[in-house]
Write a new protein. Structure first.
Lengths: 422, 517, 123
C-alpha cells in the first residue's frame, strides 16, 4: 500500500455531474481536486447518448451527448485536475475516508477534506418488476443495449420488443431501427408515454413503430434465447387482463422501466437517504447529512435534462470549495415539504436563506394551466406560470435572498402546484 | 487449455463412467478418485451443476423433515454429520447456521384445531408439538434439537410473526453454495486424474451377457464395465438404455426469490421456517434463509410439471411465495427483490432415493430420484455408492497420491486490503473491478475461464465469480465479461453464449449487421 | 380535394394534437394548436420536415471500435434512412477530433456529417 492521498476534494464519478463539480470547485479556489472514475474514459453515460438534445440551456446550442461531454472533458484536461480512470471506489466511511483500487496503483487510501458524490444511476431490472417466464439470453436493459451498440459496436438482437416508454426506451427504438434491427413495438404499462413527446414523434412515429399504452409483459418465452414475449392490456390497477394476452415473436426483450440512483457508497458511509428520491437528503448547497460530503446529478434524483445536472454539480462543487476554504458551520436546516401535486423536491432542506437557491421538483400527475409556487410559512414568495406540467418533465425554480426579506423566522418551506394561471 | 474439454476425443475406455456432473455425480467422482484415477465424468450441458443442482436451495438439512425409515432420511442424517469432513480441503464455505422451526396456529391441520377447544389447541401447539418434533428428530438420529419458547423466538429472530407460539431450534442444519460445492468437487476429481467431458450426452448403454460393456455418446463410445447413473432428471431414460430401469422421474419445480444483500443482510440470523403438519410431506415447505453471500432467500415452492425442461416461473408462483412467507415474516422488504430463480427436482414416484446396483445389467449403478435432501445427503450417497463400487471391483485401498486439497480461487471482495494489494502486484488484473455490485475483478473472470473446470460461457463465469449476481444483474458488466471470455477463448465475441448452444448474446457487429438486414 | 394531416406538437409539455388541412400542397389551416409555435410547427412538418441524424461509424485503430457522428444541422426527413445507409460504408482512421468532417455534404443536402467527440488512437 502506498501513501495515503489527501486532496482537498475527491469527486466520485466523472460523468457530467462529477466533471461539473470538479471544475466548479477548481474555479472557486481549490487547487487539489481528484476525480475518480471506474470506466476507461471520462464522460459517464454521455458517450453512449449519441443523440442530440443536450445543452440548450447551458450552451444555448443543441448538442449530442458526446459533444456535451467533450466540452467538459477538454476543460478538465486544461484545469490540472488529478484524474484517476479505471479506478473503483470500494468503500467510504462517515469520516469521508475512501478506499479505491486500480491496476497500476493497487489499493488507494484517500483522506479528502471534502467529497462530491456523482455516481449516477443504475437501471431497474426484470426481476424487480417480476416478469414471469424463462430466463433466456436476450433480456437486456435499454441502457446496456445502448452501450453495446454505441460504444462496443455490437447488436444485441434482431427483432426487439421494448417494455417501457421512458426516454431511453424511445431513443433505443430509433437506434435499433437505424442499425437494421426490427422493433415490433413499445409497450407501456401506464396510460401515457413516460418520455418526452419529441421522442415519441421522432423515435416512434417517424418509423411507424406502434406504442401500446396500458400494456405489460406477462411471460418471457424461450429457454436458451428469447423466442417470444406475451403481452396483455392492464386494468386500472395495472394488473394484466388475461383475455387480452397475446404472443409477440421476437428475439430480444428490451427493458426501459426506470432508473435507480446508485447509492451503495452513500449507504456504507451512513448518509441519510430520502425514500421519495432514492437519493441523499441534501440542502441548498447539495451537502448531505454528513458535513463535507456533497452530492449532485442523478445520484441525488433522476434528472431528465443534463443541463440541470450541470447546475446541481456547480452548486455542489462551489459548496465543497466553500466548505474547505471557509469551513462554515451549518445552521439548523429548514425542511422543504412537497405540497399539492408535488411528488418530491430537491433540496429537501435549506440551511441558509441568504443565497440563491434552486429547487428541482416533479409533479405527481399532469395538470394544465397552473402556477408552481414556493411558500414560506404558508405565504408564496415565488410563483411561475405553466401551460402544462407533467411528471416526466422536471421543473426548476429559484429563489433569491430578497424573496425571503420580510420573513424573520423561516420555519417551513413548501413547494406546490395551484390551479389557475393568474 | 479449455478446449480440451470439448475438442479432446473421448478415451476409448475407462474404469468407471459417471453420467451427470451435478452434486451427486461429482461427489461420487471425487470419492472414486481416492481409490482410482481412471474415472470419466460425462455431462450433457455446457457446465457442471447445470441441471437440478443449479437451482438448489443451498440447505444442508439435518434430516428432521424426512419420513422415518426412508433411505433419504438415513442418508440425510448421515450426510449432515459428515459434512464438515466432506468439504475439508475443497475451499468451500459451509456453515451450520441453524434452523428455527416456528410453530404457529397454522401448524396443525385446521380440521383438528377447529374441533378442539382453544386451551387444548394452545397446549398442543405450545407443549406437545415441539416435544414431539424433538423426539421424532432424536429417533432419526439427529442431535442438538431443542424446544424454544415464544420469548426466545423473538430474541433470536425479531422479525418472526407474533402469531408464533413456540419453536424448535435445529442446530446442525447448515448451508453451502451448491454450485460452488459441485465445481470444487469436480475440480478435486480432475486434480486427482478424473477426466470431465462437457457437452457430451449419453445416447445408449451397451450391455452384453447381462454386463455393462460401453457407454455411447453423441461424441463417441467409451468401453467401461461400470456406469454410475447420476443423470438427475434424465436418470430414468439413462437407466432404460441399460435395461436397468423400472422407475420414472416426475419433475417437480421449485422457485425461490432472492433479495438485495444490503437491505436484507441481517433480517434473519438462522434459517426460519413454519412447521406445518401434513400427511405425507412431499416438500418441507421452505423458509426464509440467509444465504452465505448474505442475500435473503425465500422459498422454494413445489409444483408438479410435465416438462423436464420447464424452469420457468409464473406470476402465480411468485405471488405464492410472498403470500406464504408473509404470514411468518410480515415485514420482510418485498421491494428489495433482485432475482427469482427456479429449477426442477428429480423425484421418482415412490418419493425416495433409488440407489443400488442393477441386477439386470451388472456394473450399472443407479443413483436416481435424488430430490431434497440430495445436497445434505451427498457425502452419505457417495459413501454408500463407494461401497457398491468396491463390491463391483473398484480398489479398496486409498491411493498414496490422492490430493485432498483443491484450492479455492481468491475472491477479491472478501479479502483485506493488504492481501488485495499483494494479488494486484502479482497480477494487475486484480486491480480492475469489472462487476461493481459484487466487486469482482478482471483476474477472477480470466481465472474462471482457465480453471480446472473451465468456464466457457457467461453463466459459467457468473456461477464461479458472482459477476452479474448483484443489484444490477449484469446491466453494467455484461458486455465486459463477454469480451474477456472472447479474448480468453480466442473466439469472436459474437459467438459467446449465455449458457451453451442456442443462447447467443450478440446478433452481430453493428455495421456488418446493418448491411445484412 | 382537401387533405388532412395529423401531428403532435413537440414544443412544450402540452403536446397539442394538430390537424393541418391542405390542398395540392397549399396549407389552408391548422387546428388544435394553443399557440403560434404549434401552427408553425405543423406547417414545417408538412412542407419540409427535417431531422438531425445521429449514428455511429466504424473506426480503425481507435480506443473504441465505433465513433458517434451527427449531421451538423437537420436534413430532410425523407433522406434519413439513406443517409444512415451511406454512413454504414464509412470507416474512419483514428485519431479523430470533435467537429471533424467525416462525410461532407451528405445526400447532397449541403450538410456535413461531423464527429461528436475526440477519439484517440489505440497504443
Amino acid at each position: 500500500m502506498k501513501q495515503t492521498r489527501k486532496p482537498e476534494l475527491a469527486v466520485i464519478g466523472a460523468g457530467p455531474a462529477g466533471l461539473g463539480a470538479a471544475l466548479a470547485a477548481t474555479e472557486a479556489g481549490l487547487k487539489d481536486v481528484m476525480l475518480i472514475e471506474r470506466d476507461i474514459e471520462l464522460g459517464g453515460i454521455l458517450p453512449q447518448c449519441i443523440h442530440d438534445g443536450f445543452g440548450s440551456i447551458v450552451f444555448k446550442e443543441v448538442l449530442t451527448g458526446p459533444q456535451y461531454a467533450q466540452r467538459y472533458i477538454d476543460e478538465v484536461e486544461r484545469a490540472n485536475i488529478d484524474v484517476l480512470l479505471n479506478t473503483m471506489v470500494l468503500d467510504m466511511g462517515a469520516d469521508r475516508r475512501i478506499t479505491a483500487v486500480n491496476a497500476t496503483d493497487g489499493i488507494i487510501e484517500i483522506e479528502p477534506r471534502s467529497v462530491v458524490l456523482a455516481m449516477g444511476c443504475r437501471e431497474r431490472t426484470r426481476h424487480q418488476i417480476l416478469i414471469p417466464g424463462f430466463r433466456p439470453a436476450g433480456v437486456i436493459m435499454a441502457g446496456a443495449a445502448q452501450r453495446d451498440i454505441n460504444i462496443e459496436g455490437l447488436m444485441p438482437g434482431r427483432k426487439m420488443v421494448i417494455l417501457g416508454s421512458g426516454d431511453i426506451g424511445l431513443i433505443m427504438a430509433r437506434r435499433f431501427t437505424l442499425e437494421g434491427a426490427e422493433v415490433e413495438g413499445v409497450y407501456e404499462i401506464m396510460d401515457h408515454p413516460g418520455g418526452l413527446t419529441r421522442n415519441v414523434v421522432q423515435c416512434l412515429n417517424d418509423f411507424d413503430i406502434p406504442l401500446h399504452l396500458s400494456h405489460g409483459a406477462t411471460f418471457i418465452h424461450g429457454r436458451k434465447r428469447v423466442e417470444a414475449v406475451s403481452v396483455a392490456a392492464v386494468d386500472e390497477n395495472l394488473k394484466p387482463i388475461k383475455e387480452t394476452e397475446r404472443l409477440v415473436e421476437c428475439d430480444t426483450l428490451v427493458l426501459s422501466v426506470g432508473l435507480i440512483p446508485e447509492n451503495e457508497l452513500s449507504k456504507r458511509a451512513g448518509i441519510a437517504l430520502d425514500q421519495a428520491t432514492n437519493g441523499p437528503f441534501v440542502d441548498e448547497r447539495m451537502e448531505t447529512s454528513i458535513d463535507g460530503i456533497f452530492a449532485c446529478g442523478n445520484v441525488v434524483n433522476v434528472f431528465d435534462l443534463v443541463d440541470y445536472v450541470t447546475h446541481s454539480a456547480e452548486t455542489a462543487g462551489r459548496g465543497a470549495a466553500e466548505y474547505v476554504l471557509e469551513g462554515r458551520k451549518r445552521e439548523k436546516p429548514v425542511k422543504v415539504t412537497p405540497g399539492r401535486n408535488v411528488f418530491y423536491v430537491v433540496p429537501q432542506y435549506v440551511s441558509d436563506i441568504g443565497r440563491d437557491i434552486d429547487f428541482y421538483f416533479r409533479v405527481q400527475h399532469p395538470e394544465r394551466a397552473v402556477r408552481t409556487r414556493i411558500l414560506v410559512g404558508g405565504e408564496p414568495i415565488e410563483s411561475k406560470k405553466h401551460r402544462m406540467v407533467r411528471p416526466p418533465e422536471m421543473i426548476k425554480q429559484g429563489t433569491k435572498p430578497a424573496d425571503f426579506a420580510d420573513k424573520r423566522a423561516v420555519s417551513e418551506i413548501t413547494v406546490e402546484v395551484v390551479p389557475g394561471e393568474e | 487449455m479449455m478446449q480440451q474439454l470439448e475438442r479432446t476425443a473421448l478415451p476409448r475406455s475407462a474404469g468407471v463412467v459417471v453420467v451427470g456432473a451435478g452434486v451427486s455425480g461429482c461427489s461420487i467422482a471425487r470419492e472414486l478418485t481416492r481409490y482410482t484415477p481412471d474415472v470419466v465424468i460425462l455431462e450433457k450441458e455446457s457446465d457442471v451443476a447445470d441441471g437440478t443442482t443449479k437451482a438448489n436451495n443451498a440447505e444442508v438439512h439435518s434430516g428432521i423433515g424426512e419420513e422415518y425409515g426412508t433411505l433419504k432420511q438415513k442418508l440425510n442424517v448421515r450426510g449432515n454429520r459428515l459434512y464438515d469432513q466432506f468439504v475439508e480441503g475443497l475451499g468451500v464455505d459451509f456453515q451450520r447456521q441453524g434452523l428455527l422451526i416456528v410453530i404457529t396456529r397454522r401448524s396443525l391441520p385446521e380440521k383438528t384445531t377447529a374441533r378442539l377447544p382453544r386451551p387444548v389447541v394452545n397446549f398442543l401447539l405450545k407443549k406437545v408439538l415441539p416435544r414431539l418434533i424433538v423426539l421424532s428428530g432424536r429417533r432419526k438420529g439427529i442431535d442438538g434439537l431443542r424446544v424454544v419458547s415464544r420469548d426466545e423466538i423473538f430474541r433470536m429472530e425479531p422479525h418472526v410473526t407474533r402469531n408464533a407460539v413456540a419453536g424448535v431450534y435445529d442446530r446442525t442444519y447448515g448451508m453451502v453454495a451448491p454450485y460452488k460445492l459441485t465445481i470444487a468437487l469436480a475440480e478435486s476429481a480432475v486434480i486427482n486424474g478424473a477426466r470431465l467431458f462437457l457437452n457430451t450426452e449419453v445416447t445408449d448403454i451397451k450391455v452384453e451377457g447381462g454386463r455393462v460393456k460401453a457407454v455411447v455418446t453423441n461424441r463417441g463410445e467409451i468401453e467401461t464395465p461400470i456406469v454410475v447413473n447420476a443423470a438427475g432428471l434424465f436418470a430414468d431414460d439413462v437407466a432404460d438404455m441399460a435395461g436397468a430401469g423400472g422407475f420414472r422421474i416426475h419433475p417437480r419445480k421449485g422457485a425461490s426469490l432472492l433479495f438485495d444483500r444490503q437491505e436484507t443482510a441481517e433480517y434473519v440470523t438462522s434459517s426460519v421456517s413454519e412447521f406445518k403438519m401434513r400427511g405425507h410431506a412431499k416438500t418441507k415447505g421452505g423458509g426464509a434463509m440467509p444465504t452465505l453471500e448474505g442475500n435473503l432467500q425465500l422459498g422454494p415452492t413445489a409444483i408438479e410439471v410435465d416438462d423436464k425442461n420447464d424452469t420457468s416461473i409464473s406470476a402465480e408462483e411468485i405471488e405464492e411465495i410472498f403470500e406464504r412467507f408473509y404470514y411468518l415474516l410480515p415485514d420482510f422488504p418485498r421491494a428489495s427483490i433482485i432475482s427469482a430463480f427456479s429449477g426442477l427436482r428429480a423425484p421418482t414416484e415412490e418419493e425416495d432415493f433409488v440407489i443400488g446396483a442393477s441386477d439386470k445389467a451388472r456394473g450399472f449403478v443407479n443413483v436416481a430420484g435424488i430430490q431434497s435432501p440430495g445436497l445434505a445427503s451427498a457425502p452419505a450417497i457417495a459413501e454408500m455408492v463407494m461401497g457398491i463400487l468396491h463390491d463391483l471391483g473398484v480398489p479398496r485401498s486409498v491411493r498414496d497420491d490422492f490430493d485432498p486439497v483443491r484450492p479455492a480461487p481468491p475472491r477479491f471482495a472478501e479479502l483485506d486490503d493488504e492481501k488485495r494489494d499483494r494479488l494486484i502486484e502479482q497480477d494487475p488484473r486484480y486491480g480492475t473491478v469489472v462487476c461493481r455490485c459484487e466487486y469482482v475483478t478482471e483476474a477472477e473472470v480470466v481465472n474462471a475461464v482457465h480453471g480446472i473446470v473451465p468456464a466457457t460461457n457467461m453463466d459459467a463465469v457468473k456461477r464461479r465469480t458472482r459477476v452479474g449476481m448483484g443489484r444490477c444483474q449484469g446491466g453494467f458488466c455484461g458486455c465486459r465479461v463477454a469480451q474477456i471470455l472472447a479474448v480468453e477463448l480466442g473466439i469472436p465475441v459474437t459467438e459467446i453464449t449465455k449458457d451453451g448452444e442456442g443462447s447467443w448474446v450478440f446478433a452481430g457487429e453493428t455495421k456488418s449487421f446493418q448491411k445484412e438486414t | 380535394m382537401k387533405n388532412k394531416h395529423n401531428y403532435v406538437c413537440i414544443n412544450c409539455p402540452l403536446s397539442c394534437s394538430l390537424e393541418l388541412t391542405e390542398e395540392n400542397g397549399e396549407v389552408f389551416k391548422v387546428t388544435g394548436n394553443e399557440c403560434k409555435v404549434g401552427a408553425r410547427y405543423a406547417e414545417e412538418e408538412f412542407k419540409d420536415p427535417r431531422r438531425v441524424v445521429t449514428t455511429t461509424i466504424l473506426v480503425r485503430d481507435g480506443t473504441l471500435p465505433v465513433l458517434p457522428v451527427r449531421t451538423a444541422e437537420a436534413i430532410p426527413k425523407r433522406l434519413v434512412i439513406d443517409a444512415v445507409r451511406a454512413l454504414a460504408e464509412v470507416v474512419v482512421q483514428a485519431p479523430v477530433t470533435e467537429g471533424q468532417v467525416i462525410y461532407p455534404d451528405i445526400m447532397n443536402t449541403g450538410v456535413d456529417v461531423i464527429a461528436s467527440r475526440d477519439l484517440m488512437k489505440e497504443d
